[in-house]
Design a binder for this molecule. Structure first.
Ligand SMILES: *Cc1c(COP(=O)(O)O)cnc(C)c1O
Length: 339
């Protein structure tokens, strides 16, 4: 028995994982597997050279009893963009959506019941496989979709977090991989995350890697701020284009807020009413304060910024977007795909 209200973001084994193998210039049959272990060559480029990219999206049991998947076409397009950057083959949009549908359909009893505010997290993963030694991309790729029910336990809109600015680390190079959803970006940000956790910060905020003057994003979520009736989010080549942020921007526009997408100087943190992290896993995590210090583990802060958490605008945006996802508010942009 799953305790839907106790779910956090841990992996729970479900029925099946949906897989496909690209080899000799074509995709093989789509396979459903009960085993979530996979066998690949130890000489796969994914293991040596980071030829890996992934996606994250969700399925919801809605108010009308139907199950819906949120914007899978956007994830399909982003995966293709990441795979192109890595030089490997990705499934096309149609194949991606077909496999996502199958993954949800075969794990229907793991989609949390309507009313629990939990959902089914979907993790499409694409890796370069095939034995090779040379430094190059892979001609073979393996694509699989795993799913797991997730909830808000010990996190989410009601659990504001303090963040620290990463003054000693960058997650991506100025003209590097920051805007692609590749595992390598995570490898580059995990150590700062370890230090931050030790120092009591659940969130790390990165600055633009060229000048270190502007806000980029958190290690796995985008940055947004509210100032009066404005929704402000960075315009930067090194930020991952979040589908949650894109959706919140549309929701904010629909609610009459003004959108500003532009470079955000660090000092401007002083002027915001509300600050939040946004991403698929939690939608919005309010940020209660941001500490700017020379070193994450250091005691002294150069500057501390405090915010209303959770502020009324973040709450309104959160309620509206999750309302659309659970079928409580009209899906006027056609974002939700019925299973
Ligand atoms: C996935 C990701 C996000 C959030 O994107 P969503 O599409 O909203 O889930 C933000 N930043 C980084 C670095 C990411 O990898």
């Amino acid at each position: 028995m799953i305790e839907w209200n106790q779910l956090g973001f841990s992996y729970i084994k479900t029925n099946t994982m949906i897989c496909a193998h690209y080899k000799d210039g074509k995709w093989g049959e789509i396979e459903s597997r009960t085993d979530d272990n996979i066998t690949i060559s130890g000489l796969s480029a994914s293991l040596h050279y980071g030829v890996e990219c992934f996606e994250g999206l969700k399925a919801f049991n809605c108010k009308d009893g139907k199950t819906r998947i949120f914007r899978p076409d956007e994830n399909a397009k982003r995966l293709i963009r990441s795979a192109t950057y890595l030089g490997i083959e990705a499934p096309d949009i149609e194949m991606f959506i077909k496999m996502v549908r199958q993954a949800v359909a075969e794990n229907k009893e793991f989609v949390p019941p309507y009313g629990t505010r939990a959902s089914l997290y979907i993790r499409p993963t694409l890796i370069g496989v095939g034995a090779q030694l040379g430094v190059k991309s892979s001609e073979e790729s393996f694509f699989f979709i795993a799913v797991a029910p997730v909830g808000n336990y010990a996190g989410g809109i009601d659990a504001p977090v303090p963040a620290v600015i990463a003054r000693e680390y960058d997650r991506a190079a100025p003209k590097g991989s920051g805007s692609y959803k590749v595992g390598g970006n995570y490898a580059a940000s995990l150590y700062a995350g370890i230090e931050a956790k030790k120092a009591g910060y659940p969130a790390v905020l990165y600055l633009d890697p060229k000048e270190h003057k502007y806000i980029d994003e958190f290690s796995s979520s985008n940055f947004f701020a509210i100032k009066g009736d404005k929704y402000i989010t960075p315009d930067s080549h090194t930020v991952l284009p979040s589908i949650t942020n894109k959706s919140l921007i549309q929701v904010a526009m629909d609610l009459g807020y003004t959108i500003e997408r532009r470079p955000i100087p660090v000092e401007e943190l002083d002027t915001f009413d509300e600050v939040g992290e946004c991403g698929t896993a939690v939608v919005i995590t309010p940020v209660s304060r941001i500490d700017d210090k020379p070193s994450i583990l250091g005691k002294e802060c150069t500057k501390v910024y405090n915010y209303k958490a959770c502020g009324p605008v973040s709450r309104k945006l959160y309620d509206t977007l999750t309302g659309i996802q659970y079928g409580e508010i009209e899906d006027r942009h056609g974002w939700c795909l019925e299973l």
